[in-house]
Ligand binder design. Structure first.
Ligand SMILES: [Zn+2]
Length: 235
């Protein structure tokens, strides 16, 4: 306690044992005594928002952690019940930082530019996940369960808008889960094709996407908005 090292009208410290302590003592001699010697003092932990007399790791972390403004897309990427591997791939795709062939070429790699799934157009993020006919076949099966957009999305922003414009919270949730699953499975299949020469049809990819989504919904059936999701997905 501070009171323990005040004697009369001056500081009374034990003998310093390190150079830091010497520096600390000499600093304290430059400031006035904070208390009269007959007053009991207490610990206080202060943050900009509150003062506590017990240490609170959460409040401390909130003060120390780096902060960024909320991102407009966060609701589509990070939400309760998302599958972490799907959300992570969605997050990286949202920043357009997946190593698509267009990006690899921009880094100087001498590789073919064409999309490995359709072998027709350059492989950019928006082509691979939105306009590629291979992915289009998967989207068609997803739309049969999630209400199609009036026309296919032209770019990434239109995909995000479509997810958000569903008419109820559980439909938005289903679109979020299904979209993340499409992105994850298409990226997985694209890598399989390039690195393992494993060519699967869009229907086969959709079957494994469908199975994964059913398992996901089933395992979370006690959570809010998940209980009736299976009926929406398998209709
Ligand atoms: Zn393609």
């Amino acid at each position: 306690m501070v009171a323990d090292v005040i004697s009369g009208s001056s500081w009374s410290f034990p003998h310093p044992r390190s150079q830091q302590e010497v520096a600390f003592h000499s600093y304290l001699t430059t400031i006035p005594l904070p208390l009269p010697n007959d007053v009991n003092d207490v610990f206080e932990w202060k943050t900009p928002d509150c003062t506590l007399n017990v240490f609170n790791s959460r409040a401390t972390w909130e003060v120390l952690r780096p902060r960024q403004p909320s991102q407009a897309w966060h609701d589509v990427v990070w939400f309760k019940g998302a599958l972490p591997k799907h959300a992570f791939t969605m997050w990286v795709a949202n920043y357009d930082r997946l190593p698509t062939r267009s990006r690899l070429i921009s880094w100087g790699l001498a590789i073919p530019a064409t999309c490995p799934l359709c072998a027709a157009l350059p492989e950019t993020r928006d082509h691979l996940f939105i306009s590629c006919p291979y992915t289009g076949d998967i989207w068609t099966q997803v739309f049969a369960r999630c209400n199609p957009p009036s026309r296919m999305f032209a770019d990434w922003n239109e995909l995000l808008s479509w997810i958000r414009t569903a008419t109820s919270k559980r439909k938005v949730l289903l679109r979020k889960l299904a979209s993340q699953a499409v992105i994850f499975h298409v990226w997985n299949q694209r890598n399989n094709l390039i690195h393992n020469a494993t060519a699967l049809s869009a229907t086969t990819v959709f079957i494994s996407l469908d199975r994964e989504l059913r398992n996901l919904i089933s395992s979370r059936r006690t959570k809010k908005h998940f209980s009736s999701l299976m009926a929406l997905w398998i209709r």
